[in-house]
Design a protein around this ligand. Structure first.
Ligand code: PEP
Ligand code: MG
Length: 576
């Protein structure tokens, strides 16, 4: 009988293969007493283990092919650096002498100290690097206790789906080398090593599949759907046929789409369309550049705050945004101010009160920022400062009224004064735009367009609020339809308001990334798209195979319909 498990799909793609339940070489360190007269001998044992571990890593590094991405090599290099750093070995040696303990235990104490240092770091990315320390220490501990004869025959991993609690970078790389089909881990999030590496290596991966090692039999057949975070164990013939077909289609499609990397998006009748990327953190820019180099149309900043479990100070925000800007090498960066609340979990330390009755309608996004100006001002200052270094725009989420915009403008003026007073470098003339994601804002979009530099349609929320459908509630997801005539009217109204005021209107909600809607949106006059990086080529492909002027009249016809079924069939026709 089939079993279906769910996790977080962190690297897209479909894999079919047999499981390999991987047990990592972790060693529980136990403490035992080493009399002073044996300290030197114990230190020598530690040095030997360090040498041996370093040799193992050099061996792995030498096997890595020349075209391996640089940041993957950097993982291994950072482990090597740590192993060969005298401070690391000297620290452990001093612990042996001070506590008269064995080398394994000394390493554990040294590890705990270093992990604490990493835990206190402000930068969320650097904080996750404590995993490197743990992995290095485990490697040495394993070398210390390993009996040479215990080394068993290596298992052939080609085509296997690795099931593990977690993986080290070296494990992941060695497995990639052996051409594994996919990774499934019980722990880790989108920032875990496995996730970062799997994405970079293009191997489907799902993390956070709790109890996977208990629920999956050691060699059973599995289907991995990295797009949706689904693991199917012992699939039946029908599922296998379905996923084999999907896998084949996606391989063929990817190959074809890759020819569009860094090519312009331009319709057959010569209309240039800008397709930018949506990111959550500066690290995502690397992935974005694999598909295109057109800049960021939506940088959701809340991840930075959620990962820190607290409000982040101005300096840390400034550094993070600057890192993103520099990675873009001159391309534009649209930073969205904080959109906390509703579906984005708020940490207790950020002063979350009792759960609101209807959080999507509650103190969310700009409402929350305006309620807490003492925190918001830090973000405004950080964004304006980073805008002095390149093409940075500021985007305000969930505005519902002009009064709210006026409050934001007053705060931005205040931030300007503060920065002037502090004599720090900032961009006084930063472009400011609004997300149009509430029906009230779409209906008032003319006024917003008159007062702002750009608009960006957030369809994820616009649909939620227009149709009164909770975007995260499965029970009503069948009603969540971007083609509802009311939604289309609001999108059209916003695009027209932008054209009238001559300000660009972009769309950064998921509707922009679904190729089923690309032609309709082009027909409605949308020229700016911002989509998740891996959707860029799909959308570009539709753009390049469309004729904008022909689409305008067809879109007008669709816009005159009130029957959703009729709209759907007309859109299908548009795409056929
Ligand atoms: C949207 O609402 O469409 C949007 C892009 O914002 P988010 O999904 O972050 O709410
Ligand atoms: Mg939104």
């Amino acid at each position: 009988m089939s079993i279906i498990l769910n996790g977080i799909g962190v690297s897209r793609g479909i894999a079919i293969g047999n499981a390999y339940v991987y047990v990592r070489a972790t060693t529980e360190a136990t403490e035992y007493h080493i009399p002073a007269k044996y300290h030197d001998k114990e230190i020598e044992r530690l040095r030997q283990a360090l040498k041996e571990s370093s040799m193992q890593l050099h061996e792995i590094r030498n096997k890595i092919s020349a075209d391996t991405p640089e940041d993957i090599l950097a993982f291994i290099d950072s482990h090597l650096l740590m192993l060969e750093d005298p401070a690391f070995s000297e620290g452990s040696e001093a612990i042996i002498r001070e506590f008269s303990c064995n080398a394994e235990w000394a390493l554990q104490v040294q590890c705990d100290r270093l992990v604490q240092v990493f835990d206190e770091m402000e930068d969320p990315y650097l904080r996750t690097r404590k995993d490197d320390v743990i992995h290095v220490v485990q490697r040495i501990q394993h070398t210390l206790v390993e009996e040479p004869e215990s080394k068993s025959e290596p298992v052939k991993l080609k085509g296997r789906i690795i099931i593990s609690d977690d993986l080290t970078p070296a494990d992941t790389l060695m497995m990639q080398h052996q051409k594994v089909a996919a990774f499934v881990t019980e722990f880790g999030g989108p920032l875990s090593h496995t996730a970062i590496l799997a994405r970079n290596l293009g191997i489907p991966a799902i993390v956070g599949v709790h109890n996977a090692r208990q629920l999956i039999h050691p060699t059973e057949q599995l289907i991995i759907d990295g797009n949706y975070g689904v693991v199917i164990g012992e699939p039946d013939a029908r599922s296998l046929k379905h996923y084999r077909r999907l896998r084949h289609q996606s391989v063929v499609r990817r190959r074809r789409l890759n020819q569009l990397v860094n090519k312009p998006a331009v319709t057959k009748d010569g209309v240039h369309i800008l397709i930018q990327g949506n990111i959550d953190r500066p690290e995502d820019i690397r992935k974005l550049k694999q598909y295109d180099n057109t800049g960021v149309g939506l940088y959701r900043t809340e991840m930075l705050f959620l990962e820190n479990d607290q409000y982040v100070d101005e300096e840390s925000q400034f550094k993070t945004y600057k890192r993103a800007l520099f990675r873009l090498k001159g391309k534009p960066l649209t930073i969205r101010t904080l959109d906390l609340g509703a579906d984005k979990e708020i940490q207790e330390s950020m002063g979350q009160g009792p759960m609101a009755h209807n959080p999507a309608m509650g103190l969310r996004a700009i409402r929350r920022c305006l309620k807490e100006p003492e925190h918001f001002i830090h973000q405004l200052c950080a964004i304006m400062r980073v805008a002095a270094y390149g093409d940075v725009k500021m985007m305000i989420p969930m505005l519902t009224s002009i009064e709210e915009l006026e409050q934001v403008t007053a705060l931005i003026d205040h931030a300007r004064e503060l920065l002037r007073h502090r004599k720090v470098r900032f961009n006084d003339k930063i472009e400011i735009g609004a997300m149009i994601e509430v029906p009230a804002a779409a209906l008032s979009s003319e006024t917003f367009a008159d007062r702002l530099d750009f608009l960006s349609i957030g369809t994820n929320d616009l649909i939620q609020y227009t149709l009164a459908i909770d975007r995260i509630d499965d029970e009503v997801s069948y009603l969540y339809n971007p083609l509802h005539p009311a939604v289309l009217q609001l999108i059209r109204k916003t695009i027209e308001s932008g054209k009238k005021a001559r300000v660009p209107v972009s769309m950064c909600g998921e509707m922009a990334s679904d190729p089923r809607y690309t032609r309709l949106l082009l027909g409605m006059g949308l020229n700016y798209f911002s989509v998740p990086p891996n959707a860029i080529l799909e959308v570009k492909n539709i753009v390049n195979n469309s004729n904008a002027s022909k689409l305008h009249s067809k879109a007008r016809r669709i816009m005159s319909c009130h029957d959703i079924n009729e709209i759907e069939s007309l859109v299908d026709k548009l795409n056929s």
